[in-house]
Design a protein around this ligand. Sequence first.
Ligand code: 5AD
Ligand code: SF4
Length: 482
Amino acid sequence: MNPRQLYIETVGCQMNVLDSEMVVASLRKRGYELTHELEQADAILFNTCSVREQSENKTYSALGRLRQFKKRHPEKIIGVLGCMAQKDQKLVFDRAPFVDLVVGPGQLHQVPDLLDEIAAGSGPKMAVSLGRRDGTLDEIKRSHETFDPLRDPTMRPTPFQAYLRIQIGCDKFCTYCVVPMTRGPEQGRPPEQIVAEARTLADQGCVEITLLGQTVNSYRYASGGKTTRLADLLTSLHEIDGIRRLKFVTNFPKDMTNELLTAVRDLPKVSSYLHVPAQSGSNRILQLMKRGYTVEDYREMMGRLREFVPGAAVSSDFIVGFCGETDDEYQLTAELVKECRFKNSFIFKYSERGGTKAAEMLPDDVPFEVKQQRNNDLLAIQNAISEEDNQAFLGRTVEVLVEGPSKQQGADAGLAEEGHVLQLVGRTSCDRIVVFEGTPRQVGQFLPLAIYDVSPHTLFGAVLTHEHRPELSEFAVVRLQV
Ligand code: 5AD
Ligand code: SF4
């Protein structure tokens, strides 16, 4: 029998990228092969995101484009996975009646069986986890557990970099956010499982691991009278031969302990890069968001961070135009960005999400144009800071892990032969992207690069070798674009 063909599209956060890797691994075990052609696919899966309405709209439009296609190919199975599946459940079938399969993030292990059942004529199937009020805490937790040990190196962004989930779900219940509903209660995975998975990844040639959790620094696992926290986990993972770089995202400001900052400072494999979303610079808005800290708390945390890990790169997330946000309150956010000098910030316009406290209690009353204007303004402030701070890298040498061809090189990269020069992208330990000219052989290596130019989000460098150390000025004339 010919192998069945799988087409999968993934949107959203790193968790989703990891979930798709697991789904593909489980389907390969059942004899599926990946295809990039819809026409060839037996199963077409969308791994979706619900954090903002825009991502849902994009998925529903992509599904809409398959309406006629499904009429022509009724035998092809169309599935919606991930957070939007968990949030919308039956609504997905209402909005796209030709969908065969709806599976939430906690039920992805069922995908192979469900596809078999549908192929055998069962009709549409849905597998979702329990809602936050639909059982005992243990029952709800179990229904959101994931099946992490299945890995598929070919599905990673690169074979030598991998995500590793250490925590499932979230218990912070920020009033704007769907994640506590779609991914369920916060649960730390057992440290032995995490370390074993990291060893497997190292054996597969992975040199960089990014630990994932919605509030990764709140990680705790208690067993036999002993509690393991993120700092302990980093210490254990640091021992693994082959692993050269450890990162972790996303941090919650209130849970940034001195023990963790000390681990970041003292463990050389741990990147001095910390993503710590502030969300707003106004105490009234932070309170409406139910973030559990004040701007003063955030500042205090930043002070400790800078003191413990001098030179650390810090990035943040902000939501502009949250319910009732005034111009003055937005200005406080702008002030915080200027004061903290983040390496970069991800800025989002508030998007009301059904099922959240904010949607229930607070009117989404900041006009779209005002949200857009604050978004642009904050982005401009951040970009200016990013560019200024990147200037400090001019003339310096940085070490990067080479990730692969640059976006611009993109499509032609497959044509590159050994020895051929192409535009590559690497990342420093402080998460800065560096574009440089190199050869395909260098992908996956750690290389020293001399920086000769900078833009807000990119450094431009040249490979330094012992034999050949060109003057920096030689490179100053070439300006590459990503
Ligand atoms: N609207 C806009 N942005 C949101 N985020 C989460 N929920 C929403 C929402 N309803 C942003 C937060 C979070 C990031 C992942 O997405 O800034 O940190
Ligand atoms: Fe959402 Fe807040 Fe949890 Fe982050 S901490 S996933 S923003 S509820």
